[in-house]
Design a protein around this ligand. Structure first.
Ligand SMILES: NC(=O)c1ccc[n+]([C@@H]2O[C@H](COP(=O)([O-])OP(=O)(O)OC[C@H]3O[C@@H](n4cnc5c(N)ncnc54)[C@H](O)[C@@H]3O)[C@@H](O)[C@H]2O)c1
Length: 365
């Protein structure tokens, strides 16, 4: 087995069709596109593979609003990044956050936090994009599509000009904008990631943990599909400490009929609406979800997370970004996991993909 240095895909002998020599070493690629990217800038792809990944770790945040600033705060506390740069069209707001964050530096591990511009995306391990309009009370994520597609048309080319390693899209509607970001850049699909349903999955695990009276870290469960109204709970794969949900119900003795399940899922799906109605935005849990995603990349963790990615022939779904469980490491998405879904879950996932495709058709890419 060899690894494509651009997309990180593991290749067996039969798959190795594209090869080149650089500085006396042979490198192998899954497709001409990866080979072309490598030829353009070999050092960009060799540095993270061979260098000390835990040396300089730079995260740029484009959009220093509620989400961007809360993520910056959580990231600073986590000690994962050595450099955190905030970029926003409202430079005063970014400056205010940076001053405030820097005043806390004596309480956390050392890092450099500063205001930057797009040129600061150079050498960034990850650029997190949380710029654009937020969801207002009564507005769906898909309502935001035109406003934020225009923002992305402006900012994505300005970011990719400086060749950062990976882009993590957070702005909503996140699946559509992840697709838009892929179209506006030449990046391989494993390096443009949407935060997807990582947050929804966390909400689902939390609610199940409360219902089952088990630590959320011992609840395995996924929300997949759109980060939005058509998202899909994968009940068939819920496991409490390795025990399937149905089996657990008989152990715990609590009655858990269909309406309890539906009510739990409704709380997950409507969580953002309920929070926005009360405080105008969601920021804390998404900030932590982003730290989890960024950590799995910076620390090369091979974590399984439900991020939004371009799928191809996934239960007959292609050419749309939506969330499915993937393995995340320093190469971004290293593998998409095809989990066994039951018939009704497959139908719901396909319906979710159709909703997203209909929206994508309405925008000019
Ligand atoms: N994916 C998720 O799970 C999730 C969760 C919460 C929020 N969001 C989304 O994240 C985005 C940000 O939400 P928020 O609450 O922080 O909004 P916000 O209004 O508080 O902040 C948005 C920031 O983007 C900046 N901005 C706008 N256009 C820009 C441009 N062209 N260039 C640079 N900066 C620009 C604004 O100046 C502002 O500081 C929204 O789209 C929201 O819907 C996603």
């Amino acid at each position: 087995m060899v690894k494509d240095p651009v997309c990180g895909m593991e290749l067996n002998e039969a798959q190795v069709k594209h090869q080149l020599q650089y500085m006396g070493n042979s490198y192998y690629f899954c497709a001409p596109g990866c080979k072309a990217l490598f030829e353009k800038d070999p050092e960009k792809y060799l540095k993270p593979m061979e260098g000390d990944f835990m040396g300089e770790r730079k995260v740029a945040i484009v959009g220093a609003g509620q989400v961007g600033a809360t993520f910056a705060f959580a990231l600073m506390i986590s000690g994962l990044a050595t450099n955190i740069v905030l970029i926003d069209q409202d430079s005063e707001r970014a400056e205010g956050h940076v001053m405030d964050l820097n005043h806390g530096l004596s309480f956390v591990q050392p890092s450099r936090v500063y205001v930057g511009d797009y040129s600061d995306c150079r050498d960034a391990n990850i650029v997190v994009v949380a710029a654009g309009a937020g969801q207002k009370a009564g507005e769906t994520r898909l309502d935001l599509v035109r406003k934020n597609t225009d923002v992305f048309k402006d900012i994505i080319p300005r970011i990719v000009r400086y060749n950062p390693m990976t882009l993590l899209i957070v702005s909503n509607p996140v699946d559509v904008l992840t697709y838009v970001a892929l179209k506006f850049s030449e990046y391989p699909m494993n390096r443009i990631i949407g935060s997807g349903t990582v947050l929804d999955t966390a909400r689902f695990r939390y609610l199940l943990s409360r219902h089952c009276e088990v630590d959320p870290r011992n609840v395995h469960a996924y929300i997949i599909g759109e980060h939005g109204d058509s998202e899909v709970p994968v009940w068939s794969k819920v496991s409490i400490g390795g025990v399937s949900f149905d089996q657990y119900c008989s152990i715990c003795g609590k009655r858990c009929p269909e309406d309890v399940r539906q009510a739990t899922f409704d709380q997950v799906r409507n969580a953002a609406y309920e929070i926005i109605k009360r405080k105008g935005a969601t920021n804390f849990a998404i900030g932590l979800a982003l730290v989890r995603i960024v950590g799995s990349i910076l620390r090369d963790e091979n974590s399984v997370l439900t991020v939004s990615t371009l799928v191809d022939s996934y239960y007959d779904i292609s050419d749309v970004c939506l969330s499915v469980p993937v393995i995340l490491n320093r190469n971004g998405i290293s593998r998409i996991l095809k989990i066994g879904l039951n018939e009704s879950e497959v139908k719901k996932l396909q319906a979710s993909a159709s909703v997203l495709k209909t929206v994508i058709k309405t925008i000019q890419i």
